[in-house]
Design a protein around this ligand. Structure first.
Ligand code: ADP
Ligand code: MG
Length: 346
């Protein structure tokens, strides 16, 4: 009651703690924070780590820092890999969102991958509490993604969500508000970046950083070479591995598509496996409604077309795929009473 009457000033928050990006949604305000999940620290003389940057600022330091600065990505494969850094990061983001607020201890809702173990879930719960939350609610990520994508998850009709994030691709089938199938594969956005790094290394003897590979993937990458598209030249700078000095090469979009082929094929494998494992009635539903793509990887150009070709099922890109999960988590937080059955039982 109280939180409803004061909905606009309440600082409860929904958090999508992703391997690549962390987003925060505040009821009544919408998405108020969207930053890379990166923390930069220095070692103090007493061995303690001191946080010097979090989020976007810390991401620009990745791969460029002097040896006394360490950049940490506290999440790996969707779960907490460095507890202290995750706690610091959450604390920092809560503080930033709350800056001008009198409410100090928020209730927070965090989503966790469907494949997270009880121990991994408990770690997220603990990290939220030690970051200063009064209460922590957990919800399964595909449920949040489906709600954020506007799917009718309470109907008996099945729906499938494929969330392609940084570290993992999570495939889930939902029916009547429950996750009835979920599987996670460790091939997603980061693996695509690595595939581009390896491609230019072996074909062109050029060493590039993963940040450059990511930029090319986002701006000019494609999951399918265009049949007769206009010629575009992609310039890539790096270090020539034979001669050792900086140089530039030119690539075409089909080179990137070729480089991305292996990770995409692994994602296709995961989707085929899911289609083979769920009950046939549900597969029929999925063929009618299509499979929904969420997460940043859904934005790879023509990925939906490629996946449809490979699996024979329609794919739909959810609206604003990078933000579906946090939106869905926020919607559950806003209707906590009506949607309490979707929470993970403590
Ligand atoms: P996570 O939930 O793991 O934090 P996100 O859903 O935020 O991951 O997605 C991040 C991934 O999406 C990164 O690997 C990023 O490179 C990728 N990505 C973002 N935009 C695009 C794009 N336009 N094309 C291809 N990949 C993209
Ligand atoms: Mg995610």
């Amino acid at each position: 009651m109280f939180s409803q009457a004061f909905g606009l000033v309440s600082r409860d928050m929904a958090i999508d703690l992703g391997t690549a990006n962390t987003l925060v949604y505040v009821p009544g305000r919408g998405i108020v924070l969207d930053e890379p999940s990166v923390v930069a620290v220095t070692q103090q003389r007493d061995g303690e780590r001191k946080v010097i940057a979090v989020g976007r600022e810390a991401k620009t330091m990745l791969g460029r820092t002097p040896s006394k600065i360490e950049t940490i990505q506290p999440l790996r494969d969707g779960v907490i890999a460095d507890f202290a850094a995750a706690e610091e990061m959450i604390k920092h983001f809560i503080r930033r969102v709350q800056r001008r607020s009198l409410f100090s201890s928020p209730r927070i809702m965090i989503c966790v991958p469907a494949s997270a173990t009880p121990v991994e879930r408990r770690a997220v719960h603990e990290a939220g509490l030690s970051a200063g939350a009064r209460r922590v609610y957990l919800i399964e990520e595909p449920v949040a993604a489906a709600i954020g994508a506007g799917l009718p998850i309470t109907e008996t009709r099945g729906s499938m969500i494929v969330d392609i994030g940084g570290g993992t691709t999570d495939i889930a089938v939902l029916s009547m508000g429950d996750v009835i199938y979920s599987h996670s594969i460790r091939t997603a956005g980061n693996a695509m970046d690595e595939a581009i790094v390896n491609y230019v290394r072996f074909k062109h003897h050029l060493l590039i950083g993963s940040a450059s590979a990511e930029a090319v993937k986002k701006e000019q990458g494609s999951a399918l070479a265009k049949a007769n598209g206009e010629r575009v030249t992609i310039h890539m700078k790096g270090r020539d591995l034979q001669r050792g000095f900086p140089t530039e090469i030119e690539l075409e979009p089909q080179d990137i598509a070729e480089a991305l082929s292996l990770p995409i094929q692994q994602i296709v494998g995961g989707i085929r496996q899911a289609l083979a494992d769920v009950p046939p009635e549900l597969v029929a539903d999925l063929c009618d409604s299509g499979i929904y793509l969420t997460g940043g990887g859904a934005l790879l150009e023509r990925l939906d077309v490629r996946l449809a070709q490979e699996t024979g099922v329609k794919f739909k890109i959810a609206e604003d795929p990078l933000r579906c999960v946090v939106r869905g988590t926020g919607m559950v937080l806003e209707q906590l009473d009506a949607m309490a059955h979707l929470l993970i039982k403590p």
